[in-house]
Design a protein around this ligand. Sequence first.
Ligand code: HEC
Length: 132
Amino acid sequence: MRISAAFLLAAIALPAAAQTVGRSGEAVYREACMACHASGLNKAPKPGDTKDWAPRIREGQAGLTAVAWTGIRQMPAKGGRDDLSLEEFSRAVAWMARQSGGNWQDPDAALLSRIDAAVKKREARAKKPANS
Ligand code: HEC
């Protein structure tokens, strides 16, 4: 009977889940991020490594997601996956943070627009010539 109780819960949660488009954070992680992050390749922060994630989580969800989306050091922009939407990517970041001591949730519309604004700010800064 435990299985059917779980099934019932899933069915109740479904209307909310049905509104989300695209892959879940965990699915994106497995598909697009795990290759580097599971092993900590080039110092990629591993999910579950609370020590490595703590300062990143302190940066805040919008800021950190924007940094990762635009790329930093050995972290390629979008994890090298141009097919991911910003929303899917953000869910993967939130999922990793949740494995690592954070309580970040899949972004709602308000958070997503803050992430988008932070991305645009970083992109604008990157385009500016160094001597201006
Ligand atoms: C090719 C390897 C690679 C892939 C694929 C990759 N990452 Fe990374 N990622 C890295 C490395 C290396 C770092 C560490 C960068 C640093 O801080 O020097 C990193 C750092 C990060 C950070 C922390 C950024 C910061 O400012 O500290 C986040 C968040 C992140 N990745 C998310 C993702 C997500 C989400 C995906 C999948 C969609 C992904 N990464 C795919 C290599 C990768």
